[in-house]
Ligand binder design. Structure first.
Ligand code: SAH
Ligand code: MG
Length: 205
């Protein structure tokens, strides 16, 4: 991966360990010449840099969906809250300004396209088959299953879906991403790779 983009990815705010980011980048380089990629869960754009780096190499495009108000675990009083991301007028989390700076700083504004809105609302109007889908949005039972149900059918035949924060053992983390990973296997996706909590699944043809 381009050293300058890697430095931007490492410096960006977010929740993507370097080895898993690298895996995301590698998987995306195999897919993004075939069609668009879409990420659910932008936050501040850290994972989007890894995807954008692959898009730049393949002349591809990555869309990234978020309402930018944070997940449950990002709200005040929760483990992953960052008070520097709160909009003082509304006292609501707003990760969009930080995302825009992160992507512009990395120079990926032509590869990474933000879609601001609720994941299922965007999905309801999305009709382009996806070469790559990356699910990393809300990790509660409702949001994770909703994202899977709304977006998994948009993956093109033989396309790739990646799911983040999949923990087999409840001691390591929450269950919903693991549950949707199991659903994908039941639905005919085939696991083709994994690194850390990232799982890569090939859609049926
Ligand atoms: N991929 C990011 C981390 C994403 S954190 C990184 O690598 O750093 C999860 C994100 O999902 C949060 O920014 C939150 O706002 C978003 N999110 C949660 N539920 C959502 C929903 N229903 N619709 C849109 N975005 C949602
Ligand atoms: Mg994650």
């Amino acid at each position: 991966m381009d050293a300058d983009l890697l430095a931007h990815a490492l410096a960006a705010k977010g929740f993507m360990p370097p080895a898993e980011g690298r895996f995301l980048y590698e998987q995306a380089t195999q897919q993004l010449a075939l069609g668009p990629g879409l990420e659910v869960g932008t936050y501040c754009g850290k994972s989007a840099i890894y995807l954008g780096a692959a898009a730049r190499e393949t002349a591809g495009t990555v869309f990234t969906v978020d309402h930018h108000r944070g997940s449950e675990e990002n709200q005040v009083g929760w483990e992953h809250h960052d008070s520097s991301l709160v909009d003082p007028e509304f006292e609501l989390l707003d990760t969009l300004p930080t995302f825009r700076k992160t992507i512009l700083r990395a120079g990926l504004q032509n590869q990474v396209v933000a879609i601001v809105g609720a994941s299922v609302t965007v999905a309801a109007h999305w009709n382009t088959p996806l070469a790559l889908l990356f699910i990393d949005g809300g990790h509660g039972v409702g949001p994770a299953h909703d994202d899977y149900q709304a977006w998994a059918p948009k993956v093109m035949p033989g396309g790739l879906m990646l799911i983040h924060d999949v923990f087999e053992s409840p001691a390591e983390g929450g269950r919903p991403p693991y549950e949707i990973y199991l659903r994908a296997l039941t639905d005919g996706f085939v696991e083709t790779g994994r690194r850390g909590s990232m799982r890569a699944l090939r859609a049926p043809c």
